[in-house]
Ligand binder design. Structure first.
Ligand code: AHR
Length: 500
């Protein structure tokens, strides 16, 4: 297959918001306990946080981190997670059929975020709780002093407010599995009421209302229309969630980015329709606050914990091992997000450590990078400035799931301050290398480039604790550039970053 791209800084899609490189830590499985937090670990700091994990999180380059759930948040009482640790109650977590000790709570997590250099994005429980509890948490977290709740925070060791700017109004309220699941109409009213109340405390909060938990939900589209009908004036973002997995049809799986493109464009269209009907000039932004590869069918069919007397603490849940193919699809999902940088201005890779995660750990043992770590770290580091439409012309191939789709997908980035740029490209062909021409002539005749590619003859190769460096990107030796026109060969099933 062949493709032709052009990196012209004038073909701007929009500014790249740093929040596009967010992630997600939920109290789920071994994300927190035996993940970021393991007091007995040789690398643990004085707060019990693993130093090796912190180092990898910094290397990954994550901006905002959504917390504490996920499905977990819909049964969570935030008050349980603050105050003296020895007095905190142990609770059941109904979402994941686990036991929550509350040893790590809001204060501890903020301490960890400070060390990681990331920003807190906090979700409130609109499942089993409501507006009053959301307001209490907001006052506890963000008011400087002078009320019972603000002073309680200070007594609990945080003199300065957390000053959380971004808040999620519940989680996946369209999903029948969600504690407190509601109809779009009921949720829309509750979200609007909560948003207005929170904004009467601080009008500048950035609020995310729940969109659909997948574009395959039977209510998709109508859910967004009804929920935004209630909340349009009171929120900034609507959320999108999407997980992809290979269900035995690799050709379709490799085209998952096409589905993500459609999903984003349909939510944008729906939000703009609501705006049009209201005669509003306001534009709702998208927060793609859960996206990843997730072998959810394995979890649904095999791994579920059950039993009235069986509530394990930090069980091994959703510990997917990612292959080279997964990483290439993952890279293409990042391309999809960047192609829509004008409307997707926040996103969270779900999740970060051990649970469907780019970073894995063993208790008392190593921490290592999964294959998906590499496209994220590279894109987060180099996609700075503006997203660029690369005017892609590509050969196509047929898929059972998404019809005929381009073999190559790509997007660019341009940093006006540094005068540097990047192009991210995937080759979706399972069998053939692709010849890609990148026209860089708009950048002058003496432009030079380097490229790194993630691929492997074994499409199922993965990193494991015994072979943690099995898969890594490597310099692509095929790049040739003559008078501003670059040619590069991309191996089958590969993700490539070209730096300009
Ligand atoms: O990320 C795992 C789960 O996926 C989250 O808890 C939930 O919001 C979604 O269904």
């Amino acid at each position: 297959p062949h493709a032709h791209l052009t990196l012209n800084p004038r073909s701007s899609i929009g500014p790249i918001d740093r929040r596009l490189f967010g992630s997600f830590i939920e109290h789920l499985g071994r994300a927190v306990y035996d993940g970021i937090y393991e007091p007995g670990h040789p690398s643990a700091d004085e707060n019990g946080f693993r130093g090796d994990v912190l180092e990898l999180v910094r290397e990954l380059g994550v901006s905002t981190i959504r917390y504490p759930g996920g499905n977990f948040v819909s049964g969570f009482r935030w008050e349980d997670s603050v105050g003296p640790v020895e007095k905190r109650p142990t609770r059941l977590d109904l979402a994941w059929h686990s036991t929550e000790s509350n040893e790590v709570g809001l204060h501890e997590f903020q301490t960890w975020l400070d060390a990681a250099g990331s920003e807190l994005m906090l979700a409130v429980n609109l499942g089993t709780r409501g507006t009053a509890e959301a307001l209490d948490l907001l006052e506890y977290a963000n008011l400087a002093q002078g009320t019972a709740l603000a002073d309680q925070r200070r007594q609990n060791g945080r003199e300065a407010p957390f000053d959380v700017r971004m808040w999620c109004l519940g989680n996946e309220m369209d999903g029948p599995w969600q504690l407190g699941h509601r109809s779009a109409d009921d949720y829309g009213k509750l979200a609007a009421q909560t948003a207005r109340a929170m904004r009467s405390f601080d009008p500048d909060l950035q609020l995310v209302v729940c969109g659909s938990s997948s574009s395959t939900m039977p209510t998709f589209g109508e859910w967004e229309r009804v929920v935004l009908g209630h909340t349009y004036d009171d929120v900034d973002f609507i959320s999108c969630h999407a997980y992809y997995e290979d269900l035995g049809d690799r050709a379709s799986f490799l085209a998952s980015g096409v589905d993500m493109d459609r999903f984003i464009e349909q939510v944008v269209a729906t939000a703009d329709h609501v705006g049009a009907v209201r005669g509003s000039s306001k534009r709702i932004q998208l927060s793609f606050d859960e996206w990843n590869i997730w072998y959810n069918t394995r979890f649904e069919n095999v791994d579920k914990i059950a039993g009235v007397d069986n509530w394990p603490t930090a069980p091994r849940l959703l510990e997917d091992v990612y292959t080279v193919t997964d990483a290439v699809v993952f890279g293409s999902l990042m391309i999809s997000l960047l192609k829509h940088a004008d409307r997707v201005t926040s996103a969270s890779l779900a999740q970060l450590v051990n649970v469907i995660a780019p970073i894995m750990t063993e208790p008392g043992g190593p921490a290592w990078r999964q294959t998906t770590f590499f496209p994220f770290a590279a894109t987060s580091a180099s996609a700075v400035g503006r997203a660029i439409d690369v005017q892609l012309q590509s050969d196509s191939y047929a898929t059972a799931k998404y019809g005929t789709v381009p073999v190559i997908d790509a997007v660019g980035a341009w940093n006006d301050d540094a005068g540097t740029g990047a192009v991210y490209v995937v080759n979706r062909s399972e069998t053939e290398a692709a010849e890609v021409i990148i026209d860089l002539s708009h950048l002058g005749a003496d432009v030079s480039i380097t490229a790194q590619t993630l691929s492997d003859p074994d499409l199922d190769a993965a990193n494991t604790p015994t072979d943690p460096d099995r898969v890594r990107p490597a310099a692509n030796p095929t790049v040739v550039i003559v008078a501003g026109i670059a040619t590069i060969t991309l191996p089958p099933v590969s993700w490539t970053e070209v730096l300009v």
